[in-house]
Design a protein around this ligand. Structure first.
Ligand code: URA
Length: 250
């Protein structure tokens, strides 16, 4: 349910204030009955609104899109049977039900998208969507370039070859940092891929998802996506599946 003046302004009829005036002047009807009460709420997807007898098209639903910098030690579900902290504990002030787009492991950290737009969430999570996710992984040892190149052809994990991924060392050392970009979202995928080439993961942080960057958002904090970021996500879903590196966006 939504306030009538808000529905009118979202539909582009007039500003919120001017829409209130239209209501008070008796120029607005809902389901055939004139409404002059400013407190009136309607269901914009079902109720028929007219202004001066002319039908107002239903405005597009307004959805919430958030990015959270998930800390380690939080589960990506609404409730945990083991009583561990959940990402929902960090989102209390949102005041709206939002759902995580995919999951990050309990021990993983970084960029987690949340939305109440079920269609977009489903599109992003479709295995064939080809949306790129980039991680920074601290691994044991120093992977050789030829091992990381194996990612380009996919590696077999849990009995199935992964789609091609791209990986390179960004900080070499006894325990190196590797940047890895994948297009799937299989359970424990990045950990299993790096384990498969002999470099188990010690720390895993997602830094990019379909063109959305986490930037310097502090751990445990969230922010709303910009309209441009939401457009990028929608665009990333529309693009055909491809190898990481072969696409301009996503
Ligand atoms: N891959 C993993 O192995 N773990 C995550 O949390 C995300 C991707």
């Amino acid at each position: 349910m939504e306030r009538l003046q808000k529905v009118l302004s979202r539909a582009g009829i007039a500003s919120r204030r001017a829409s209130e005036r239209l209501i008070v002047e008796g120029r607005v009807a809902v389901n055939g009955a004139t409404v002059t009460q400013l407190g009136t709420s309607i269901d914009p997807s079902r109720d028929v609104v007219r202004v001066d007898g002319k039908r107002v098209p239903a405005p597009p639903a307004s959805h919430t899109f958030l990015v959270l910098n998930k800390p380690r030690g939080y589960v990506t579900t609404a409730r945990d049977p083991e009583g561990r902290p959940t990402v929902m504990d960090l989102l209390r002030e949102v005041g709206k039900r939002v759902y995580p787009v995919g999951r990050l492991d309990y021990a993983s950290e970084g960029l987690l998208l949340l939305t109440d737009d079920g269609d977009l969430a489903r599109d992003l999570m479709r295995p064939a969507s080809g949306v790129r996710k980039t991680y920074l992984a601290k691994v044991r040892g120093r992977p050789a370039a030829k091992d990381l190149e194996r990612m380009c052809h996919g590696v077999v994990v849990a009995g199935r070859r992964t789609l091609p991924a791209r990986a390179h060392v960004v900080r070499p050392g006894p325990n190196s940092w590797v940047e890895i970009t994948v297009v799937e979202g299989r359970k424990h995928q990045v950990r299993m891929m790096l384990e498969a080439i002999g470099h188990p993961v010690q720390r895993l942080r997602r830094v990019r998802y379909g063109g959305v960057e986490m930037g310097d958002l502090p751990s445990g904090r969230f922010r709303a996506l910009t309209p441009e970021e939401v457009r990028r996500l929608r665009g990333a879903c529309r693009a055909s599946p491809a190898r990481p590196g072969n696409r301009k966006s996503g």
